[in-house]
Write a protein that binds this ligand. Structure first.
Ligand SMILES: O=C(O)C(=O)C[C@]1(C(=O)O)C=C[C@@H](O)C=C1
Length: 427
């Protein structure tokens, strides 16, 4: 994996944000997989079927990224884009006279990649040595891993064709959900095309020669600090904890500034990269510490039924009471579809709802977006029927992706390669 220089967040306003945010202005939209407005149950089912066939057709056409259907190119100021392979012209399919014609531009030629090559470019948050970089390598062996200084930048790198995929953490077995990425999934239009689970093995790193007793501070990513909290206390260290953007970045910071009173929590690879010493190995509070990452792409993959799939959705409702959530969950329970995750996040545009004076006027309700992962493929009729039913109960529903489950056994320290339909075709 080659590492590029880090992509930084653009300074100033982001003109793309408005069109990337669904349900803007406080309203709720009814949308299908592609964000189109749809109506009742029958329409939902037919749009599922239409989408499946469209994606399948595109997938068959794709020569760029294996099973992932090619996305439309970003607007190119009137440039004409053509997916016809150059070889069909050069090989004479278009007649002798065509041999001297200029070669048509292809989508891949227009990519503003900093390291343009044949490898898949995968954006992750952090600097080399971060766990996210390792997850990118596990998801897409041999990829060009592109470091980004923020999660948001990794999303934009894919949207702007600087990267082909992003690999981002969404939950950890000790620290729980990484809420920022749930919010970003909703604000951006990328699709989840896979998941990868990474055992996370933390080390306490300090400059060579520094002893534990000299430490007054430990810095790391908040998730890493949370995952080591009990061990740090049990070690008897008299240190303050400070949050840093990412684990490897914390190690780099200590090394670059020659801080002899500060340790970083990071990987052993970060120790090697930044010339740090490992003071303690395996300091996570649980030896089975695992972080789940999702792989994101501009286009969805073709849902299949020949292997275990997971589907991720997000929904909101505007009806009073709690029965909506109960009904939604029952739509899966009645079809024997297991849920693997449920997460609620405050509704960005409707965080509080005031009840009017006639209803005493003091009650305030928080409103939520619900994220649910369930174990079924969107190609299965039971999943389509469950979603059709969910749509009847909700005011907003979006499918974030239907993708192969990471089935690798989670033994401590294991980092075997997964083979999803997306990753296996990309390396
Ligand atoms: O800081 C890193 O190394 C990361 O890759 C980020 C991150 C996270 O956001 O959860 C990833 C895995 C670990 O759980 C700790 C930190």
């Amino acid at each position: 994996m080659a590492a590029a220089s880090m992509i930084k967040a653009p300074v100033g306003q982001n003109p793309r944000l408005a069109c990337q945010t669904p349900a803007r202005g406080g309203g709720v939209v009814r949308c299908s997989l592609q964000g189109a407005v749809v109506g009742g149950r029958a329409e939902w089912q037919s749009s599922c079927a239409v989408l499946s066939s469209k994606v399948a057709a595109l997938g068959a056409h794709s020569a760029i990224n294996g099973h992932v259907a090619p996305a439309p190119a970003p607007p190119q100021n009137g440039a004409v884009l053509d997916l016809i392979p150059v070889s069909s012209i050069v090989n004479g399919d278009a007649g002798d006279g065509a041999r001297n014609l200029p070669t048509p531009l292809r989508i891949v030629d227009l990519s503003p990649a900093p390291m343009h090559g044949s490898q898949l470019r995968v954006a992750y948050q952090g600097v080399p040595g971060a766990y996210s970089e390792k997850a990118a390598g596990k998801a897409y062996p041999g990829c060009d891993a592109i470091p980004c200084d923020q999660f948001e930048v990794a999303f934009q790198a894919v949207e702007l064709w600087i990267a082909d995929r992003a690999v981002l953490p969404v939950e950890n077995s000790l620290g729980g959900s990484i809420h920022r990425n749930y919010d970003l999934l909703l604000r951006h239009r990328l699709h989840i095309v896979g998941e990868v689970q990474l055992p996370v093995h933390h080390c306490l790193l300090a400059l060579p020669g520094v002893r534990k007793e000299c430490l007054t501070r430990v810095i790391s990513h908040p998730q890493a600090l949370a995952q080591c909290e009990h061990t740090l206390t049990a070690m008897g260290l008299n240190v303050v904890r400070e949050a840093f953007d990412d684990t490897a970045g914390a190690a780099e910071y200590v090394a670059a500034n020659g801080l002899r009173d500060t340790a970083a929590i990071a990987s052993s690879r970060a120790a090697e990269l930044y010339g740090m010493e490992v003071l303690a190995d395996g300091i996570q509070d649980d030896c089975g510490n695992v972080t789940r990452f999702v792989m994101l792409a501009r286009e969805p993959i073709v849902p299949r039924t020949d292997r275990p799939f997971k589907t991720s959705i997000v929904f909101a409702h505007d009806k009073e009471g709690t029965s909506v959530l109960f009904k939604v969950l029952s739509a899966f329970a009645f079809r024997d579809i297991s849920l693997t995750k449920i997460e609620s996040r405050p509704h960005r545009h409707r965080p509080i709802r005031l009840v009017d004076d006639a209803n005493v006027g003091t009650a305030k309700h928080f409103e939520y977006m619900f994220y649910v992962d369930f174990q079924a493929s969107l190609a299965e009729p039971r999943a389509q029927n469950a979603l059709a039913e969910v749509q009847e109960y909700t005011s907003f529903l979006r499918v974030l992706g239907s993708y192969p489950m990471d089935m690798t056994p989670m033994t401590a320290g294991s980092s075997s390669t997964i083979s999803s339909s997306d990753s296996s075709s990309s390396s």
